[in-house]
Design a protein around this ligand. Structure first.
Ligand code: ARG
Ligand code: ASP
Length: 711
């Protein structure tokens, strides 16, 4: 009876427990979801998606560049991912003469494809459940360090054993916060070449203004090709390499999707925390995120002011702005979403149910004190978490200070340091400082420093902050003096030092006022914050593991999905819009009309290419038009995604490509902490828009010819 009571309670509190939108599923275990997926409309099988006995969709999916997802769309290794995922590589190939960021790039034959040193893609070849083998000699009461040592030993042994039997890279990762362990067999290809990308005013249309927001009109895609040796094996870049022949490439559907259609995303979500206790969610959403948002917002205001005045500065700060702005906007959405959705209260109600369950039977003794311990731990963690946030967001955000920090090791060399170590450092630092000065505008940084140090002084008390702050009498004059005296704002000085460096120059570096600020920040973090923070976090990890186990025991019928951990996952839901607020409904797709509505030649993010306008005016969409006659650009779905899912394929009921996932809607960005099926939506670029741009806009139809198109 008791059990039933709790289940009813859970259902009332979290009806989403029974909704398919939530969950990032392990492809190997997809047979447990198959029935539900098919009931929702899927016409293929779990085995078509992941199999180790025959080719399956998984053979077409890669971890791209260590942070995004990509998919193979031809039997010649052609790969699609987002524009923002290829951005770094596009940028590296760009110069004033060949500005591929601004103008786009299209290889018209294989010879024109551009090698991308440092870029790799990883295929998952197989995965296995090794929980038994890793946890067989572990018991729940074991002291934590002993437990971890045993696990590490088991992992090492097992990896070594399997590496003997295979050419693949073998690794073992914890799932469900350490309650389960899976072995992964991966293969990494390092010859990956840039094939094409649209101009930024297509690939990044709407820029940071539209980022995280629906309605969206971004053609966020870029094209690469994976190369292999003549036997299809990974090989370092060589002219003799040939296009990689995958066991499977994705078919592409031109049919689009209707509202309500089943859809799934297959890719590499990086990190979610769906099983955090209420107290942790509250701390993140209502304490840490707002501080970060506030500080970043003020930095961005300063960037904006200068960027608007000077096109050169706009370019110099574009990528920094995007990086800071991406988190700034997302976390704002997280706080609003958690509070609007009353996420903390809902978690608290759920925890009440958990506590009742734990107290209801003797053999649940290990669960009864968990929630109290969480409360204690997070309370203790609070000042450290805040201190860390200020070090990172207020201290190291000053470009001068973090740049000086890059020279910290060089400032510590002595006459006994081996010359080859020094040479290696010098070589690296030359690159670092070249990059730094190319995009550095001192007046911005000076203003940022003045603003941030004022914020820092106001927020953190004298006895718990870096000591340099306590010597400041007037921030403005302190900062002016710092910037006037340091060598690190002067490219000529830095270059001269690096070119003629002698061990005795280390002193000069160590005594530089910017280095002193850096050392004061880091010293404070190291001595007063890090140790305590790490030990509380380690204890929280233990509690979270046990809490996870308890939740699974409490609801034996529920299918749990493990938090994202950068392993391949399948997530599914429906193509659908949503109601962000009372009286508002968001449609599930956007069209080229919307690009024309947003057009503004005076605002960089909203410039529309003449060629695109021409195609629009002629309605020259060819077979890429929707059956309603318009050109669909992006669409939303109730599929659970997170960072890392960018570039992931979103597929239809037949497993054919519908689009590329690239973002989420602002109202639902809290989905990393709590997923609400009513407002959490992922955003994808419609594959028909991608093909239209490749074919009609860029005239690169030869790439389309390689693909398998289903009309
Ligand atoms: N918000 C997306 C993500 O988290 C896209 C970011 C890139 N786009 C941009 N305009 N900054 O990565
Ligand atoms: N834009 C994200 C990415 O780059 C995806 C997301 O957070 O929804 O992976």
């Amino acid at each position: 009876m008791k059990r039933l009571h709790i289940f009813t309670l859970l259902f009332v509190i979290f009806p989403s427990f029974l909704f398919a939108g939530e969950g990032m599923w392990i492809p190997m275990l997809l047979q447990y979801n198959e029935k539900e997926m098919q009931e929702m409309g899927m016409r293929i099988t779990a085995d078509d998606i992941y199999s180790i006995n025959h080719s399956s969709l998984k053979d077409a999916i890669v971890l791209f560049g260590g942070g995004c997802t990509g998919e193979i769309v031809s039997n010649q290794g052609l790969l699609l991912t987002n524009h923002h995922c290829g951005y770094d590589y596009i940028q590296k190939h760009s110069s004033v003469e060949h500005d591929y960021l601004t103008n786009g790039f299209w290889a018209m034959n294989r010879g024109e494809e551009l090698p991308c040193p440092g870029l790799s893609v990883i295929f998952l070849r197989e995965m296995r459940d090794v929980t038994e083998k890793i946890l067989h000699n572990i018991d729940i009461d074991m002291p934590e360090d002993e437990r971890q040592a045993k696990i590490d030993e088991n992992v090492k042994k097992l990896v070594a054993e399997f590496e003997k039997q295979t050419d693949y890279k073998v690794s073992i990762k914890p799932f469900f916060l350490g309650n389960e362990y899976y072995m992964l067999f991966n293969e990494t290809y390092t010859d990956v070449r840039l094939v094409g990308c649209p101009p930024s005013n297509i690939g990044k249309f709407g820029g940071d203004t539209d980022n995280w927001v629906w309605p969206r009109h971004t053609g966020d895609f870029s094209i690469f090709r994976v190369y292999a040796d003549k036997d299809g094996h990974p090989a370092a870049y060589s002219e003799d390499n040939v296009p990689y022949k995958p066991a499977k490439h994705l078919d592409i559907s031109l049919k689009g999707a209707e509202e309500g259609d089943f859809a799934f995303v297959f890719g590499y979500p990086a990190r979610t925390n769906e099983y955090l206790p209420a107290v942790a969610v509250d701390q993140e959403a209502n304490l840490i995120d707002p501080v970060t948002v506030d500080l970043r917002g003020k930095v961005l205001d300063i960037y904006n002011r200068y960027q608007e005045q000077d096109p050169k500065v706009r370019i110099q700060y574009a990528s920094k702005h995007a990086g800071i702005g991406n988190g700034w906007k997302k976390w704002m959405g997280v706080t609003e979403g958690i509070n609007h959705f009353r996420g903390v209260e809902k978690k608290e109600a759920y925890e009440k149910g958990f506590q009742e369950w734990a107290l209801a039977a003797r053999n649940r003794y290990m669960y009864i004190d968990l929630l109290r311990q969480f409360k204690d731990n997070y309370k203790q963690l609070e000042p450290y978490q805040l201190a860390y946030t200020y070090v990172a967001e207020a201290g190291l955000r000053i470009e001068l200070v973090s740049f000086a920090g890059r020279f910290a090791r060089l400032s510590e060399v002595t006459k006994d340091t081996p010359q080859e170590d020094i040479d290696r450092m010098l070589h690296q630092l030359k690159g670092t400082s070249e990059n730094f000065f190319k995009d550095y505008y001192e007046p911005i940084d000076r203003d940022v420093a003045k603003m941030l140090l004022k914020e820092y002084l106001e927020a953190q008390s004298t006895d718990f902050r870096p000591t340099f702050l306590n010597d400041i009498k007037d921030v403005d004059s302190y900062v002016d003096k710092l910037f006037d005296k340091t060598m690190f704002t002067d490219e000529a000085k830095v270059t001269a030092l690096l070119d003629n460096f002698k061990a005795k120059d280390a002193k000069k570096l160590a005594n530089d006022p910017a280095m002193k600020v850096y050392q004061s920040l880091i010293g404070f973090f190291r001595n007063e914050v890090h140790g305590k923070m790490a030990s509380i976090t380690a204890d929280n990890d233990r509690l979270r593991r046990i809490y996870m186990k308890g939740q699974m025991e409490m609801q034996p019928e529920k299918r749990f999905s493990p938090d994202a951990n950068f392993t391949l996952r399948v997530t599914y839901g429906r193509v659908e819009g949503f109601r962000p607020k009372d009286g508002m409904k968001y449609k599930h797709f956007t069209t080229l009309e919307g690009i024309m509505q947003k057009e503004n030649p005076d605002i960089y993010d909203y410039v529309v290419e003449p060629r695109l306008k021409e195609l629009y005016n002629k309605k020259d969409y060819g077979r890429y038009a929707d059956k309603d006659g318009t050109m669909h650009v992006a669409f939303t779905a109730s599929v659970h995604t997170t960072g890392g899912n960018s570039g992931s394929p979103i597929l239809n009921a037949d497993g054919q490509l519908l689009g590329l996932n690239f973002d989420r809607c602002w109202e639902g960005t809290m989905s990393d902490l709590i997923y609400d099926p009513d407002i959490c939506r992922n955003i994808s670029v419609d594959i028909r828009y991608v093909l239209f741009i490749i074919d009609k806009f860029a005239g690169a139809g030869h790439l389309i010819d390689e693909m398998t198109i289903v009309e």
